[in-house]
Design a protein around this ligand. Structure first.
Ligand code: PLP
Length: 388
């Protein structure tokens, strides 16, 4: 075996997506349950074996193939590769697509570890020229693209944590006009609320740890594309870097994804009601929710997302110490945990970041699946403790 080119055709697993066409006419909720499990069992077994003949687990296994097929169907993608975590889906995509010295343009507010990777590690590893732009202003994006030589733009459908909504269709059009690829992280929306490939993106990344799995018990990621050449490069990178999803992780995500549609509806119902409740409180400042008419991209969110999502942010009119030592400990249902998109409601206060525009003690809330009245009562108990 001389070069990777000779080996690649043998690990090109495009056949696992062939049956997806049979489900194309069915609804999202049905596909989430049906696609990928072609066994005669109610759950795809955990194939805990490193090899199966000449197939090696890093390149694929039956537990994982099921998840790949399922997510491809939900994203409306020809190909999906699942990864060990959400960040792996992003780093794998960037390393697969970028050459040494590449110029890339990123939205200014990115998930923390994506931000570190593009700001600190891509310049170190690839001598990349990384430009941060506020892509809610697509004219600013075009001004940067006009300078020429951009290989790729990187966005998030709804940004973490500021919940800015990026116009993916317009950004893709601009990227393609200037010869760049568009990679987008769809974690906050999930494929239920938004399918970026249908809007023109070339690659969509997801943290399956969040809404896709939805139960806070498995790390995972997914990267989807319609271009075979990109899928091929991703498979190659997977072979080299190895951030593959384990059979057990695949089993859990395959279980969680079956209820994605109904969970997302409930997340959105609860978030809308919570935002409406918080709006009535004078001590709640800077309430951010794409579903509120005052949100700067409310109209775009209405066009681009099926519903407005399960995430919101606000500030409380109290000092840092009161917030951390009195308000948060008083909450029983809103857990002070760092993740999002799971059954529990989660609360996560942020440190100020002037570059990204994050104010001190901005409270990010991942609204869970509990009864909305219990959630409101829980917050009220916290407010009673700190608001005189
Ligand atoms: N993308 C976004 C928008 C996220 O919020 C996160 C994690 O919070 C990730 C990616 C990374 O996902 P994971 O924790 O699965 O690596």
């Amino acid at each position: 075996m001389g070069t990777s080119k000779e080996l690649m055709p043998k690990i090109d697993r495009t056949d696992i997506f062939e049956r997806n066409k049979l489900y194309e006419e069915m609804s999202f909720a049905t596909r989430a349950i049906e696609v990928g499990n072609y066994t005669d069992r109610s759950a795809v077994p955990i194939y805990a074996s490193v090899t199966s003949g000449t197939t090696y687990q890093r390149n694929g296994d039956p537990s994982r193939d099921a998840v790949c097929a399922n997510i491809a169907s939900l994203e409306g993608a020809a190909y999906t590769l699942v990864t060990a975590s959400g960040v792996a889906s992003i780093t794998l995509s960037l390393l697969a697509l970028l050459d040494h010295g590449a110029r890339i343009i990123c939205h200014k507010d990115l998930y923390l570890w994506t931000y570190f990777f593009v700001r600190e590690d891509l310049p170190r590893l690839l001598n990349a020229d990384v430009v941060m732009v506020d892509m809610t202003d697509t004219e600013a994006l075009e001004r940067e693209l006009k300078k020429g030589g951009t290989k790729l733009i990187l966005t998030e459908t709804v940004t973490n944590p500021l919940l800015e909504v990026i116009d993916l269709k317009r950004c893709s059009e601009l990227a393609h006009k200037y010869g760049a690829k568009h990679v987008n992280d769809n974690t906050f929306a999930s494929p239920y609320l938004c399918r970026p490939l249908e809007l023109g993106c070339d690659v969509v990344c997801e943290s399956a740890t969040k809404y896709i799995n939805g139960h806070g018990d498995a790390l995972g990621g997914a990267v989807s594309t319609n271009e075979h050449e990109i899928y091929y490069k991703l498979q190659r990178m997977m072979g080299e870097l190895g951030p593959c999803l384990s059979p057990f992780g695949s089993f859990l995500i395959m279980r969680g994804i079956q209820t994605l549609a109904m969970r997302m509806e409930r997340h959105c119902d609860n978030a809308e009601k919570l935002a409406a409740y918080l709006e009535t409180k004078s001590f709640v400042k800077n309430l951010i929710y794409p579903g509120l008419p005052k949100h700067p991209q409310h109209e775009l969110a209405g066009r681009q997302l099926k519903r407005y999502g399960g995430m919101l942010c606000f500030q409380l009119d109290v000092d840092h110490e009161t917030l951390h030592e009195k308000f948060i400990p008083e909450l029983r249902l809103f857990k002070h945990w760092v993740s999002l998109g799971e059954a529990h409601s989660l609360i996560s206060p942020k440190d100020a970041d002037a570059e990204k525009g994050i104010p001190e003690d901005l409270i990010r809330v991942s609204v869970g699946l509990e009864d909305i009245n219990d959630l409101i009562n829980d917050l009220e108990a916290g407010f009673r403790k700190v608001i005189k």
